[in-house]
Design a protein around this ligand. Structure first.
Ligand code: ADP
Ligand code: MG
Length: 642
């Protein structure tokens, strides 16, 4: 599918032309008869008003000027010496668009094929040597890392020289900006900036309104990934392969959305890996357990609890480590809990103090609110070091000052700490262990710098926590080691890494069935949570009517018996059942969880030779067609170097 003006106008309509077209009405004839004026008054403003999906292409590529000039005599007339508009101008414009069906010239890009990964790979040059990066795509900050010539993981700084790139995207008229500049712009133009998009990943049909456009989270994330990819390319040459990390607690739709984002960014996603597992790999590497000679002391594996509290997500995982092997045994978490919630508490505290002082709530002013968020995050970091912090807020033309003490902050955020504590306790229990069995407590994620977190963990574990890995970089470094391991399996790795990783699923997987007694819909769990991956299980269903042509199976993730309390992963339709099949014929549905927590569903008709085909209906925010269209748009944008 190649995009052209005809398709784009069909999809988005021509209504965006309205303002530019109507403001010409009543002007002197020269406004449109003079090409230069027509350009200034119609062609350029109408392009600026076009939907973003269209503007991602170049106006030349879409033959925009040609279209507008051809439009001129069809919708305007000059009989009275001034510009008048034909009543059915929209129909005329749509009809004209039909003649603009020529594909956009995408330079050297290969012809797109039916597979989205092939489309995305188009235009990429083959890397000089096989290299892959590990990407920690964080809620608030992202990091990209690779292995140096000695096989050691190192972070790659961005163009600003920073290791951490804020996961924030500014959608500006002239293109997109990712990182520090986008954070600064957020204070001035909050409606053009997208942040914390990881929290929306995988949300069904969710679109973020940015600058009048509705953008899916995968697309916003792909801009962040592309920036990291470009930063890495400056150091390493072309980068096309990556491992991207996800919170262990991410469910299937969120994992799928993350892989889609990677592909949209033009990356071949070698795999996704759980963040705590990546951190554990790095820990094991630093402790020498990756090495053939590295020994884990004692006769049992070392049990490491990884506590990861980032900006927007929280994960706890227990990993068993022995020589060259990492085995996750239990995991839990919260994808809606992170440093941002601590910031929010400070925003609240400061705003309430200002309300008392001014009798007016600064949160009602979007710019002051943005200011509050920025100063709160800074104050939170200060409070990790000092007993007191000052917040500054610009509001109603004045700079206001608020002081918060660490004690006040800790008291206000105690319920958040407790939530993480409870989760950590549950994980240890689910691993079948007690705290005495945990050998090391490793912390990652910027929010673990808060003294309240460290204190709580030390109290819980009854031992000092291990601070040997970098809270910010451990995940990306572990991902880089894992990426190299995967390349090795393809025979193109560095030759330095060799280890085995066993993951577990973070959510139970079930199917919605009908209780034969009560007739109620129930979630029947097929693969329980914390099963070592890969894992496969099958279940038999019965056709309910004679001659039934198909069977529909609803696959859900979650622990509850009630399907509504679970996440619907998708619907599997088994079609083309053989004719004259009696009611009650058994159909076997098999589930298999890959090592990366991604799911596959297969089905067969028991006792029949005939192959039954299954179709996994995608039910997350982007359909395959949408994905393909976005891929087209984004790769065109990348070629133009936006
Ligand atoms: P994510 O991967 O979710 O983006 P990170 O692991 O990069 O998160 O952590 C970012 C979070 O850590 C932010 O909320 C940030 O404010 C917080 N953070 C960083 N340094 C500190 C500090 N010194 N004290 C408290 N919080 C911090
Ligand atoms: Mg993180």
């Amino acid at each position: 599918m190649a995009a052209n003006l005809q398709q784009l106008l069909k999809k988005h309509g021509v209504d965006f032309l309205r303002a530019a077209v109507q403001q010409l009405v009543g002007r002197p004839a020269a406004a449109i008869s003079d090409d230069q004026q027509y350009r200034q008054l119609l062609i350029d403003p109408a392009w600026q008003a076009a939907p973003m999906q269209m503007r991602l292409f170049s106006p030349e590529g879409l033959h925009w000027e040609e279209f507008c000039f051809a439009l001129r005599p069809r919708i305007f007339n000059l009989t009275g010496g001034t510009v008048a508009l034909a009543p059915k101008w929209q129909t005329a414009a749509s009809e004209l668009a039909d003649q603009f069906g020529t594909a956009v010239d995408r330079g050297s890009a290969a012809a797109p094929s039916a597979s989205s990964s092939a489309v995305l790979a188009a235009g990429e040059k083959a890397p000089a040597r096989a290299a892959a990066v590990g990407i920690d795509l964080g809620t608030t900050y992202s990091v990209v890392a690779h292995l140096d010539a000695q096989g050691r993981p190192v972070s790659i700084p961005n163009a600003n020289g920073d290791i951490l790139t804020p996961s924030v995207v500014l959608f500006d008229r002239d293109g997109t900006v990712v990182g520090r500049e986008a954070v600064l712009a957020a204070a001035i133009e909050p409606d053009k900036v997208a942040d914390c998009v990881k929290r929306d990943m995988g949300a069904k049909h969710y679109r973020r309104p940015i600058g009048g456009e509705l953008l899916p989270p995968e697309v916003i994330s792909s801009y962040i990934l592309r920036r990291l990819k470009d930063d890495a390319a400056r150091k390493m040459g072309n980068v096309s392969k990556a491992v991207i990390t996800v919170p262990a607690y991410f469910d299937e739709p969120r994992r799928r959305a993350t892989m889609d984002a990677g592909r949209l960014a033009g990356l071949e996603v070698l795999d996704i890996i759980n963040e705590p597992t990546a951190a554990a790999i790095l820990y094991g590497y630093q402790e020498g357990f990756l090495d053939r000679s590295g020994k884990v002391a004692g006769d049992r594996p070392l049990r490491v609890l990884v506590y990861d509290l980032g900006g927007g997500t929280f994960d706890v995982t227990v990993v068993e480590m022995s020589n060259q092997s990492f085995k996750a045994v239990a995991t839990d978490g919260d994808v809606q809990l992170g440093g941002k919630d601590w910031d929010e508490k400070l925003v609240e505290m400061a705003a309430e103090m200002l309300v008392l002082e001014l009798g007016d709530d600064p949160r009602n002013d979007p710019e002051a609110l943005q200011d509050l968020w920025l100063t709160s995050e800074a104050a939170k970091k200060t409070l990790s070091e000092r007993p007191k912090a000052t917040l500054f807020v610009n509001y109603q033309g004045r700079r206001h000052k608020v002081e918060v003490t660490r004690d006040e902050f800790e008291e206000a955020t105690a319920p958040l700490v407790l939530r993480t504590r409870t989760t950590a306790e549950i994980v240890v229990m689910q691993a079948g262990l007690t705290w005495a069995d945990i050998d090391r407590v490793v912390v990652v994620g910027g929010s673990t710098r808060m003294p309240m977190i460290r204190r709580m963990l030390e109290e819980l574990a009854g031992r000092a926590i291990d601070l040997t890995v970098s809270a910010d970089e451990a995940v990306a470094h572990g991902a880089a080691l894992y990426a190299d391991l995967l390349l090795q399996k393809q025979g193109i790795g560095s030759g330095h890494t060799q280890f085995a990783v066993t993951n577990i699923n973070s959510h139970s997987l079930g199917v919605v069935g009908t209780d034969p007694v009560t007739g109620r819909q129930l979630n029947r769990i097929i693969i329980p949570k914390n099963s070592p991956l890969p894992v496969a299980a099958a279940r038999r269903f019965k056709t309910s009517q004679p001659n039934q042509p198909s069977v529909k199976v609803t696959v859900v993730e979650g622990e509850s018996e009630l399907p509504d309390a679970c996440i619907e992963v998708g619907i599997c339709v088994i079609r083309d059942l053989p004719p004259r099949l009696p009611a009650g014929s058994p159909v076997e549905v098999g589930y298999s969880y890959g090592e990366n927590g991604r799911l596959q569903v297969t089905a067969s008709l028991v006792g029949h030779e005939a192959r039954v085909t299954t179709e996994f209906v995608r039910d997350n925010s982007l359909s395959d067609d949408d994905l393909l269209l976005w891929a087209e748009c984004l790769s065109a944008e990348a070629e133009r170097g936006l």
